[in-house]
Design a protein. Structure first.
Length: 244
């Protein structure tokens, strides 16, 4: 009986470990791209130039971590679980992670086309008109001409972070650009050590505090402008491909 109980305990432990491992891998389905930085433009692109992204930061260098695979993220202890938590926050059924730039607090993902139940807090028309909609926008009347961007912001109070998700067309494909506004907690700072002090946090402040609403607003405006830049890049890249 003793041996039977011992065997069951060991078996349960192994199953639990395997389940956690599978869950972790499933939570971060990398697309396995290799990324490069153009030194002059500071654009980030894959080998075949299928994707080109602009993070509006001329301080990017060849030391900037551009993570597009399991092998790349596994070099940094704790970062995989951190990213899995961010993806869980964002409310999307992520199909693949194209690129994660931890020092820019940016994740670019593709997702399955089942997001009509996710009502945006704001949607942006690419004709220049800006419209705020607070929980009244009907996703059943979404335009099919790729002229709008949808935004949701999620608060994880326990982890002291905001996750802003912009869904928009990149050429003919749908992507989401996730921006992580992270408070520099002890847990996060430990994960950030290989990248530098406060590398996973844009500001040294509590993003979960209502008193920080103004600096949060500054970061939200910058985040939106970067997403608009990448929408424009995707459209231009598609026109270039169509002209060949």
């Amino acid at each position: 009986m003793k041996y039977k109980k011992l065997f069951l305990s060991i078996f349960s432990f192994v199953v639990a470990v395997l389940a956690c491992s599978c869950s972790s891998s499933k939570g971060i389905p990398f697309a396995d791209y290799e990324w490069r930085l153009n030194d002059s433009t500071k654009y980030v692109h894959d080998k075949k130039l299928s994707w080109v992204f602009n993070f509006d930061n001329y301080q990017l260098s060849n030391h900037t971590p551009l993570l597009g695979s399991n092998v790349a993220i596994d070099r940094y202890p704790g970062l995989r679980n951190y990213l899995a938590g961010v993806i869980a926050d964002c409310g999307l059924d992520v199909d693949s992670v194209l690129l994660y730039v931890p020092t820019e607090q940016k994740v670019v993902v593709t997702y399955r086309d089942d997001d009509r139940d996710i009502v945006p807090s704001v949607y942006t028309s690419f004709d220049g008109k800006r419209i705020s909609m607070l929980n009244v926008f009907d996703m059943n009347v979404v335009k099919d001409d790729r002229s709008e961007m949808y935004t949701n912001v999620y608060l994880n109070k326990g982890k002291k972070r905001l996750v802003a998700v912009d869904r928009f067309p990149y050429g003919r494909r749908k992507i989401a650009m996730i921006t992580i506004l992270q408070t520099p907690t002890k847990e996060v700072e430990k994960i950030a050590e290989p990248f530098g002090h406060h590398a996973l946090s844009r500001r040294v402040m509590d993003y979960s505090s209502p008193s920080m609403v103004e600096p949060v607003g500054w970061d939200m405006v910058r985040r939106k402008n970067i997403s608009l830049l990448n929408y424009d890049l995707g459209q231009k890249l598609q026109k270039l491909k169509d002209s060949k």
